[in-house]
Design a protein around this ligand. Sequence first.
Ligand code: TMO
Length: 319
Amino acid sequence: MGEFKRAIGVAALGAVLGLSSTAWADSSDPIKIPIHNWSSQIVGAEIVGKILNDAGYEVEYVPADSQVVYTSMCEGDIDLVHEVWQGAFGVAFEAVVDEGCVVDAATHDAKTREEWWYPAYVEEICPGLPDWEALNACAAQFATPETAPNGRFLGGPVDWLKHDQERVDALGMDFQVVNAGSAAALWAELDSASARGEPIVLFNWTPNFIEAVYDGKFVEFPEYGEGCLDDPSWGMNPDSTYDCGNPKGGYLKIGVWEGMQEKWPGAYAVIEQINFSNLDIAVMSKLVDVDGMEPSEAADKWLADNEDKWKAWSASAGS
Ligand code: TMO
């Protein structure tokens, strides 16, 4: 109701001043949001887009590589990335923030972890887990014809840029990284290995739907620390970077193109308020990966179930 009145007031003022946009002073160009290759992001992109629609903005969804998107923001081709995972994208994101062409607009409450993971029954096959050295001692159990005599680690699609092979090399592990073509391929392999009780170690993350469906654990590597990714002398291998695990309790941020605040001040104010929890992100992926909804259907359901939450973001924008 209050929003409706404000929109009328703003439209009237816009008319008096000869402006056409409802969101007065904001550009009427669409705000460009990328679509990546994992479910929570796809659903969340539509949620963010629909929240912006509700506030009077046009949005455009652009399928995008999840690493290249940071350069695309600098080039003005993408305006808003709402799921910046520290583990996968922290390096690319922080580089463009340092350059000044991307703004660190908000940090979600959600805490993230992306790491090698196994279903619980694998502990019977490989005692000593979740320790990485114990995993390495039974590498041969994870071998496939493709990787033998090394074990196979099933990584995510290459654009998640997890540097898994660098880590294997830095830690001297007897594993070979094989990248899955899609998130769906990861879950299909987990499903069939679980059905047969076969050893598998693969890339997974939290928040995700997996924790609601499978019992399992992350592998514990040497603790991540500042310097691990760029200072060879850091960590247990003095000659190599990547001799550590991914951060635990990693951030999930919203990054925007640096011109956004000036071009769409009202939209920027809403975006600064957006704040997803671990449960929000897990539910977004579950609606698609477990319940089989289409992403836009899942977005509508999340918006209907969380109306108080997201309407408060729009209402408090800029205050
Ligand atoms: C970026 N991801 C959540 C797929 O690790």
